[in-house]
Design a protein around this ligand. Sequence first.
Ligand code: NAG
Ligand code: NAG
Ligand code: NAG
Ligand code: NAG
Ligand code: NAG
Ligand code: NAG
Ligand code: NAG
Ligand code: NAG
Length: 815
Amino acid sequence: MVWWWWGWGLVLVAEAIGSCCGGEVTYDGRSLIVNGQRKILFSGSIHYPRSTPDMWPALISTAKDGGLDVIQTYVFWNLHEPQPGQYDFSGSRDIVRFIKEIKAQGLYASLRIGPYIESERSYGGLPFWLHDVPGIVFRSDNEPFKFYMQNFTTKIVKMMKSEGLYASQGGPIILSQIENEYQNVEKAFNERGPPYVRWAAEMAVGLQTGVPWTMCKQDDAPDPVINACNGMRCGETFVGPNSPNKPSLWTENWTTYYQLYGENTRTRSAEDIAFHVALFIAKKYGSFVNYYMYHGGTNFGRTASAYVPTSYYDLAPLDEYGLIRQPKWGHLKELHAAIKLCSTILLSGLLTTSSLGEHQEAFVFQGKSGECAAFLVNNDSRKDAAVTFRNLTYELPPQSISILPDCKNVAFNTAKVSTQYNTRSTVPVIKLGSAERWEEFKEVVPNFDETSLRANKLLEQMNTTKDASDYLWYTLRFQYDPSDDKPVLNVNSLAHVLHAFVNGLPIGSAHGTHNSSITVENTISLNSGMNNLSLLSVMVGLPDSGPFLERRTAGLRKVRILSKQDIKDFTNYSWGYQVGLLGEKLQVYTEDGSSKVQWSKFSSSAQSLTWYKTTFDAPAGTDPVALNLGSMGKGEAWINGESIGRYWVSFHNPAGTPTQTWYNVPRSFLKPTGNLLVLLDEEYGNPLDISIGTVSITKVCGHVSDSHPPPLTSWKGQYQNSEKYKKHHDRRPKLQLQCPRKRKISGIVFASFGTPSGDCESYAIGSCHSSDSRAIVEKACLGKRKCTIPLSYGTFGGDPCPGIRKALLVDAQCE
Ligand SMILES: *[C@@H]1O[C@H](CO)[C@@H](O)[C@H](O)[C@H]1NC(C)=O
Ligand SMILES: *[C@@H]1O[C@H](CO)[C@@H](O)[C@H](O)[C@H]1NC(C)=O
Ligand SMILES: *[C@@H]1O[C@H](CO)[C@@H](O)[C@H](O)[C@H]1NC(C)=O
Ligand SMILES: *[C@@H]1O[C@H](CO)[C@@H](O)[C@H](O)[C@H]1NC(C)=O
Ligand SMILES: *[C@@H]1O[C@H](CO)[C@@H](O)[C@H](O)[C@H]1NC(C)=O
Ligand SMILES: *[C@@H]1O[C@H](CO)[C@@H](O)[C@H](O)[C@H]1NC(C)=O
Ligand SMILES: *[C@@H]1O[C@H](CO)[C@@H](O)[C@H](O)[C@H]1NC(C)=O
Ligand SMILES: CC(=O)N[C@H]1CO[C@H](CO)[C@@H](O)[C@@H]1O
């Protein structure tokens, strides 16, 4: 199959060199065209409210160093417009500052306004007050929804324009998004779906930003809006642009899976990501790839959606704390560099596809004056393949792509990781183990008599709390005539957690999962005569996806007390309600609020629904800080009045471990001394085992073998394979180790030149091993921040096993 690209003479083809900003942005079937230049762009999602402004410069520069050209973010409506017409752009909500930082570092920005964003955020990023707009139906051809959606979208676009942030004005924004994965729900809206899509496109285009709009996962995105692909394997799944004049864009390529409470962690390897990115570019003419997430960060406060933990995409190329996660970051950096070596040809050349075997294919791009770049694909997931391409033989590991920027030499193979691995450690530096350090305040369990909101039915939870709190108390009082059998409390709930109290005492708790509701059946003891029943219903975030979000319901559905004699059904009984907890109302987690209640000495960890408070000094240094809440149950934690998020350690995944035990405490939340730490624990947590730690990279490990492509740093462009060039550039594989800033290699844990078995995660000496390995590596590396060791027997004073392919594996400690 052969395709010629039309119009390639009209546009100056140039490599993206990371100098951003300014110029008209258009596109054609090949790519976005910025200021007259075609671009292959690598983009990464970093969401401004999931970190703190002091972290932004380093996150953005580390992303740039990783080979990104573009930073992509959603816009978080519910943070910016908490009440209709009341706006907040302060602190980590300062989107203008974030985009200006992107510009300052010379990168482009992609602004996904939504304003429905999903993004594992409570209510999909929509403000809850929309729920109460009369006649509203979210995300459909519905006037009230369209009014508010247009109102907010206009507000954001005007703001960006007034700051001159669109590329057409000299700013960094080259791309915007309207709506989000609408095709997933469109069918549910029947005939109200398609006109909404047309309206959204027209409304967006009408705002005249001067840069293109995209709709992701919307195959019929109306012109001129570009339909884009989301997913993990867009090189295989994307149906392609819906017009020959639109480029292939991948707006969400998941770098890992997001996590839910109760689920095992699922990881996505660097090799798998690299394979699919290379495939998308080779096979689908991909010219824009965005990593979702490049930095996941933290769902501070109550911003996570239902059952979503506080830590977000910690396994992304930049981890939750902004530290480089290897080998993901480095492997993708090398992929970006390899693809950039080919970008001129990719953006202008002629593509031919040919078969190299049953599961092997070559994608070859050729330019007019003989330039050539090739992608050799082995799609056999189990077996190596030796393929012949242009009379030369290439070995392709299983499920891999080799990139040949000159159709001859391999610059990169997606399955061969030559970048180093690293290990993150959290070292406890402050223990809060002494009971004298702690004070407690027992949350008051309200009885029916103490509630003021009443109804003769079980109220829907979200509509009652208006999302002002995770907590809603359902209380009642009732007459009980004793009998000799044990009564059973039977509750069914669509909320996420339930804590039941009879006459002020806890009698049981239960929780649901992201796909199942709560049923409680607990034997209880009752007084003869009047009894108080108080049920605390808890949400762990609002839902974030699906059609008709405004009609979703939560909270108690059925409450009964069963005994041998009869069934008392309280579903339509006289209930009293209290929204939120007393401690929340008084803000006991702040300096001011904490003085409004009487705290007492820490008594015991064997209690439920209790506030705990202590103070601590900030750990020395600049390493990120984290709180180990592994001894706690479920609740929320605040530092100096700022919520660092919900925690839920008691909900174990099938592997038997909590989803998250360490919680990010941004340095900017801390003072040098006397930081106020307040926790609300719903369930028997033990604060005495909480510790405060610092997070850092403590180990680095490298593994290279004879079969690795030469280091990319020795590529100086194409046609540089002459003997003369080779003499001056050592193209043998090298092992490179580098500790983070201000750290040095302090010990060699393992070193083997020969045939070490395994990989950086688990290794052993093989049948061939140079006995000098450790001494030579120690000499080259100890006391240095970085070191490079060529893979050659010269380095190791002789060949330990002639004729056998060698590898070098080194695991080192950083201090
Ligand atoms: C948007 O809504 C706010 C109040 O909700 C109002 O003050 C403002 O005028 C509206 N803007 C537009 C463009 O309708
Ligand atoms: C690779 O093989 C799988 C099935 O084994 C198939 O689904 C996929 O589309 C193939 N990919 C390519 C690039 O050929
Ligand atoms: C491959 O080898 C054949 C025969 O030696 C030769 O005719 C052909 O030009 C070679 N092809 C390339 C691409 O070098
Ligand atoms: C929500 O609560 C209000 C009272 O605050 C009530 O009038 C309305 O009917 C409720 N809506 C739903 C859908 O339950
Ligand atoms: C039920 O609650 C009321 C009001 O707080 C209280 O006066 C009464 O003693 C409680 N009854 C029991 C059995 O705890
Ligand atoms: C609920 O999700 C879990 C995985 O989290 C899965 O094992 C289970 O089958 C799901 N149940 C239903 C009813 O979908
Ligand atoms: C509660 O009241 C509703 C509305 O009146 C009714 O549909 C429902 O059957 C009642 N439930 C019980 C258990 O009485
Ligand atoms: C949103 C999205 O595209 N999700 C896809 C991510 O990739 C996985 C694996 O290919 C698919 O199953 C999801 O549908």
